[in-house]
Design a binder for this molecule. Structure first.
Ligand SMILES: [Zn+2]
Length: 437
């Protein structure tokens, strides 16, 4: 008897490897739908073949397709070309694999021209611009007058508080937050879906990190990566910590909506006990070991010319005040809301304003980065003509007349150095953070 026959003879039915195959979506969906996220990861960890379906399970396209149909790839290309960020419930659902229906897509940009370009894709996908009362009929004219229109509308809203529509429009989500300049709504009546294009003041991520009211919604994706900033609490515990103490009616409603979807607001509490896995640390970076980061498939997407380096963004998180007790030991008292702090650094050598953690001075990341940027800038100013001729052709567009135009790409290397050698070690912070004790 030859050996192949023996194997065939033994193989009676399909094995788990056959069922959990990347090409058999209905099969693995049926199984994974019954697994909690942590169990799914245990299953993925068992074997490489099973792990291959990870990229099929964590795919943004099925989340975007209800909005864009055949224009999904065009939208993702726009995300790449214009550094767009998607946040809100679509981003949470991507990680949680929850099944509740989504009616809105939140897209963030700080650039008017990007907004203008992207709105064309919305139109192609059957969406219509639906101006708020302070906006003009078209996207173009609303964008031209965005600042003056907002001032006027603010005045009008104050004068005429009885006008329910203006009031309602102004309490739009986080619209009243200082990080947001204006919101452009695109509606698809047939599908009963809308897209909110949020024009930010300063970095897009600031509107998410500082503008969102609770940690469970601090999830977002770019054209090639998805980030969940508080995965332990958001996904495994299905809980969030409030970051705003005063909640508008709109935020209260949003909170209720998420409560109905199974996400509760938890009190951070005096003795926040989860230790090692807890993403609430003094210093955080987007994409650090406490972030759940997922690489997205980029088949068919052209690499962007000027990608924004979101993983250079850092912030600080604080949930306690600490004080010295009578016996010289540390006491802690929780503050009512988590405090997430970051600083927007603008520099003529940075193409995009950068969010930098500014706490713990001296030795803060902000101090260090500013010093390095100043040094690089000074060095370039003193370059001789001979040095300018060094290698302008080798580095293409990045070098203008022998000078490097922007240093955004170098920031990661400086950060690595700061993190390794200069950052106050977490043990030094333990006096302020009970989970580090
Ligand atoms: Zn925790």
């Amino acid at each position: 008897m030859d050996s192949t026959k023996t194997t065939e003879g033994k193989k009676k039915g399909p094995t788990i490897l056959d069922v959990l195959n990347a090409n058999l979506k209905p099969c693995y969906d049926a199984i994974l739908d019954h697994l909690e996220t942590q169990d799914m990861f245990r299953l993925f960890a068992t074997c490489k073949t099973i792990h291959d379906i990870y990229y099929c399970v964590f795919n943004v396209d099925p989340h975007l397709r209800p909005f864009f149909d055949d224009h999904t790839l065009a939208f993702r290309q726009a995300m790449a070309d214009h550094n767009l960020i998607v946040g809100g419930s679509v981003a949470l659902k991507f990680f949680s694999r929850d099944k509740w229906p989504t009616k809105d897509l939140d897209v963030y940009t700080s650039s008017r021209s990007s907004l203008r370009e992207t709105s064309k894709i919305f139109t192609n996908a059957g969406f219509k611009f639906e101006p708020f009362p302070w906006q003009s009929r078209t996207v173009d004219s609303s964008l031209t007058s965005v600042d003056s229109a907002r001032v006027r509308a603010n005045m009008r809203a104050n004068m005429d508080a009885a006008d329910g529509r203006i009031q309602q429009a102004f309490s739009y989500g986080t619209y009243t937050a200082p990080q947001i300049r204006d919101v452009y709504r695109f509606n698809n009546e047939k599908k009963n879906l809308h897209i909110d294009m949020i024009l930010t003041n300063g970095p897009e991520l600031l509107a998410i990190i500082e503008g969102y009211y609770a940690t469970y919604i601090m999830n977002f994706f770019t054209y090639n990566r998805a980030y969940n900033l508080f995965p332990y609490h958001t996904i495994l515990q299905k809980e969030g910590f409030q970051t705003y103490s005063d909640l508008s009616e709109k935020r209260m409603n949003a909170m209720l909506k998420y409560l109905n979807r199974g996400y509760k607001i938890t009190n951070y509490g005096k003795f926040h006990e989860c230790k090692l896995q807890c993403p609430i640390r003094p210093h955080r970076r987007v994409g650090d070991t406490f972030t759940w980061t997922v690489d997205l498939g980029i088949d068919g997407i052209r690499f962007p010319k000027n990608p924004m380096q979101v993983e250079n963004c850092t912030f600080g998180v604080k949930g306690h005040r600490s004080y010295k007790m009578w016996n010289n030991r540390r006491g802690f008292s929780a503050i009512p809301c988590l405090r997430i702090n970051t600083h927007t650094l603008e520099h003529k050598k940075l193409e995009y304003p950068l969010l930098v953690d500014n706490r713990v001075s001296p030795g803060s990341w902000k101090n260090f980065l500013e010093t390095m940027l100043a040094k690089m800038f000074a060095q370039e100013e003193h370059m001789t003509e001979f040095e300018e001729l060094a290698d302008p052709y080798l580095q293409g567009e990045a070098i203008i007349n022998g000078r490097q135009q922007y240093f955004d790409k170098d920031v990661a290397a400086y950060y690595k150095f700061w993190y390794q050698y200069i950052m106050p070690r977490e043990t030094l912070w333990s006096g302020q953070y009970p989970m580090l004790q």
